[in-house]
Design a protein around this ligand. Structure first.
Ligand SMILES: O=C(O)CCC(=O)C(=O)O
Ligand SMILES: [Fe+2]
Length: 300
């Protein structure tokens, strides 16, 4: 399928940008354009291109956008049913949604497991000094920022057990998983709306995509009781998932054609009281090869 170009007046672009920056959703802005007699699919394509550029730090469109074929929804990778039995645990499905394929899962980790994860991660948390364009996290290094760390895949028997369970849930090989990431948000911290799929806007993302393929799905597991706030919100769909210790939100955004779903835009709402701990697993199309691992192979 070939891409087509859609042309528009730069003033329309300014108006779209203004509204998105005021907090309107892509759907609201596209609807306003449709009400002004623009075909709905053209309005959506133009607004989506602006949202994408804003959320990924890519150049903003000026007077045209490339229209890619609409995301084709496929059967979810997550198993059907009200519960999913992995080799060592019965995980309950509290809710499901489509477009994007999303599920709220309960009992993913036991209380002992989520406490252990925090205890293992805490001494290894590292503050980042830059804004992370991939996760949208505000990493300015002040006390309102989140801190994170990665476990290596199967780095000890405990992590290996969780990697295995999560891979069974996400229905992809353990090897396709990036190492489990633990994030700590102190009160006031949040993550801005972002996509988890990789955008080939810089050399390191391009290299990562070439090594391991696209990210296809995410599991965000909540590790503690947040006193107030800290929901995972999906602004394009209106979904908001409350953090409950041991529960998780699962979502998919890359289909078998390699298309990515812009409706998977999400954010970590500000933690209003207390603190928030999550463990995130990102799955790739192929075996995950970290940058360091690839370098070691090419030199060894
Ligand atoms: O903290 C959250 O609720 C979302 C985390 C997230 O989006 C991520 O780790 O990619
Ligand atoms: Fe995310």
């Amino acid at each position: 399928m070939t891409d087509t170009m859609l042309h528009f007046q730069p003033a329309l672009g300014d108006w779209i940008l203004h509204n998105l920056r005021q907090g309107c959703t892509a759907a609201d802005v596209a609807e306003a354009m449709r009400a002004q007699a623009m075909p709905a699919d053209a309005a959506k394509a133009i607004v989506d291109a602006f949202v994408f550029a804003l959320r990924t730090g890519s150049p903003l469109p000026v007077d045209s956008v490339k229209v890619e074929p609409a995301f084709r929804h496929e059967a979810p990778r997550l198993a059907a049913g009200t519960a999913i039995r992995t080799s060592d645990r019965l995980v309950r499905v509290a809710a499901r949604a489509t477009q994007p394929a999303l599920a709220v899962l309960n009992d993913v980790f036991s209380a002992q497991e989520y406490k252990e994860l925090i205890a293992l991660a805490r001494p290894r948390l590292a503050p980042s000094t830059t804004v992370d364009p991939l996760t949208g996290r505000d990493l300015a290094g002040d006390r309102r920022s989140s801190q994170g760390m990665f476990f290596r895949l199967r780095e000890n028997p405990f992590i290996a057990r969780l990697d295995q369970r999560v891979s069974e849930l996400m229905n992809l090989p353990v090897e396709n998983g990036e190492g489990l990431q633990v994030l700590h948000y102190p009160a006031g911290a949040q993550s801005m709306p972002h996509f988890d799929f990789l955008v080939p806007s810089n050399e390191s993302n391009k290299a990562s995509l070439a090594r391991s393929g696209q990210r296809v799905s995410t599991l965000v597991c909540y590790l503690n009781e947040v006193e107030e706030g800290g929901e995972t919100v999906f602004p394009e769909t209106g979904w908001s998932v409350s953090p409950q210790p041991g529960s998780a939100v699962y979502f998919e955004y890359c289909n078998s054609l390699g298309q990515v779903d812009h409706a998977s835009l999400h954010a970590g709402a500000p933690v209003l009281r207390g603190e928030k701990w999550v463990a995130t697993k990102w799955m790739r199309q192929r075996r995950f090869v970290a940058a360091g691992e690839a370098a070691a192979l090419s030199h060894g």
